[in-house]
Ligand binder design. Structure first.
Ligand SMILES: NC(=O)c1ccc[n+]([C@@H]2O[C@H](COP(=O)([O-])OP(=O)(O)OC[C@H]3O[C@@H](n4cnc5c(N)ncnc54)[C@H](O)[C@@H]3O)[C@@H](O)[C@H]2O)c1
Length: 418
């Protein structure tokens, strides 16, 4: 195992190097797979409501296009930079390949705190960013989706901006759209449903009863809140959740639907919810629980806290929540980690279903979407688990071996131009 500095890009490169070594890839192929195909930085000038001009930086990285159009989310976060977007785009490449979806990997972002902008400012910023990307995105080229700090409405603005520029309505340019403009039934909960399915597959393998499983979820956002809800509905005891402002804990159990309603009524954090103790995000990660679901940002479990993480099972709702060094420490002490590219692959799976429905202009029921999602998650989990057993490697290494091998195979088959 080669250890790195702990950044998301570094972690992604260590994971690729590990898979490349297992696969016996030559240096040239390894370089080809590491290097992003296209990395774009765009200036996003935003006229604030008060007349002030703010110039933001936007990014889009198309990491690999060997297996199909680029696919990946769009993040609005102050810490977003090109290296982070490159790492997230690389993970999308392996995730799509692992899930058996005919896409390459991409990611985008704007370095901004969206909570500080008005709705009108967010709309202007999104439309300007989308306009800069018009030549590069499209249903056959690159298909953005929601990620941290973006949502269905963001996708609607991108779809409208792109459609206006090209002169025709193009629902397939983004996924995670509202249903009224070509979104898919089941997309909003898809990532979280996938997390629950992956978690249950892992519990089954470990011989654990979900009804005797306590869970802590870091990040009560789009992925974390519904993952908490589905795990709770399926019988687990949710004992702690958190958001950027802090966490709450109740050993007797939390009710995620009540918490979701609490936030929908206007509360801006889970902290202070009646009947709970306040804890920090650091404390949440170190709780004595059976399952930990990090569903916020990358690098939260790192060399500084890995030895204090007690959960024997980690299911990665977030992308890259465990750094390469922390992974080494955790696997060394026997922690089972269901890796991001498998655990949260339900999101891109249903994004793919949405795109297929948009292209065919023929829409499925929520049951059809959920059945297909379940089949895809089960197939992917079984492939990863079987390879992990066969090669005596971690689920993460097995998942990367499968994803990387499929992309390398696509490169070999297509050959190199010119
Ligand atoms: N949205 C999707 O469909 C999707 C799919 C696959 C993976 N992911 C990944 O899941 C993670 C969460 O994405 P999301 O779409 O739910 O984002 P989101 O913006 O809806 O929610 C993020 C949550 O994390 C919290 N948070 C932010 N910074 C934090 C910090 N420093 N400590 C603790 N909590 C913090 C926020 O308060 C919020 O509750 C990201 O890693 C994302 O890349 C998302």
């Amino acid at each position: 195992m080669i250890l790195g500095t702990g950044s998301a890009w570094d972690t992604a490169c260590v994971q690729l190097a590990d898979a490349a070594q297992h696969l016996g890839l030559d240096d040239g192929m390894h370089d080809l797979l590491r290097t992003p195909r296209r990395s774009i930085t765009v200036s996003v000038p935003l006229l604030r409501d008060d007349g002030q001009l703010l110039v933001l930086s936007g990014y889009r990285v198309q990491h690999n296009l060997a297996r199909g159009p680029a696919k990946g989310g769009l993040r609005y976060h102050p810490a977003c930079d090109l290296d982070e977007v490159k790492a997230l785009a690389m993970w999308m490449t392996w995730k799509c390949a692992l899930m058996g979806i005919p896409y390459g990997g991409a990611k985008g972002g704007i370095a901004v705190e969206p909570g500080l902008l008005s709705r009108q400012e967010r709309e202007r910023m999104t439309r300007r960013y989308a306009a800069e990307l018009v030549p590069l995105i499209g249903p056959d080229k690159d298909i953005p989706a929601p990620d941290v700090g973006t949502d269905e409405q963001t996708m609607a603005w991108i779809m409208d901006t792109y459609s206006t520029h090209t002169g025709h309505t193009a629902p397939g340019v983004v996924t995670g759209k509202p249903l009224s403009i070509g979104g898919s039934a089941g997309r909003a909960g898809a990532t979280s449903r996938g997390v629950q399915l992956a978690a249950f597959a892992a519990l089954r393998e470990l011989g654990r009863d979900p009804r005797e499983t306590t869970v802590a979820v870091q990040g009560f956002g789009k992925v974390g809140a519904l993952a908490a809800q589905y795990l709770h509905d399926a019988g687990c005891r949710l004992v702690a959740v958190s958001d950027v402002k802090g966490g709450i804990h109740n050993r007797a159990g939390l009710n995620p639907s009540a918490l979701i309603r609490h936030l929908a009524r206007g509360a801006d954090t889970v902290v202070g919810y009646p009947g709970t103790d306040t804890i920090t995000n650091t404390e949440l990660l170190e709780l004595n629980v059976d399952m930990l679901v990090p569903a916020a940002l990358e690098g939260v479990i790192n060399i500084g806290n890995a030895d204090r993480v007690r959960a024997p099972l980690i299911v990665e709702g977030a992308n890259g929540p465990v750094t390469a060094e922390a992974d080494h420490v955790l696997t060394g002490k026997g922690t089972v980690i269901v890796p991001d590219i498998l655990a949260n692959g339900g999101g891109v799976a249903v994004s793919y279903f949405e795109w297929v429905q948009d292209i065919q202009a023929y829409f499925w029921t929520e049951d059809q979407v959920n059945d297909r999602l379940r089949a895809l998650m089960q197939r992917s989990y079984q492939e990863v688990s079987a390879l992990a057993r066969e090669r005596r490697v971690s689920l993460r290494t097995a998942a990367h071996i499968i994803g990387v091998a499929r992309v390398a195979e696509a490169h070999r088959t297509r050959g190199l131009y010119p």
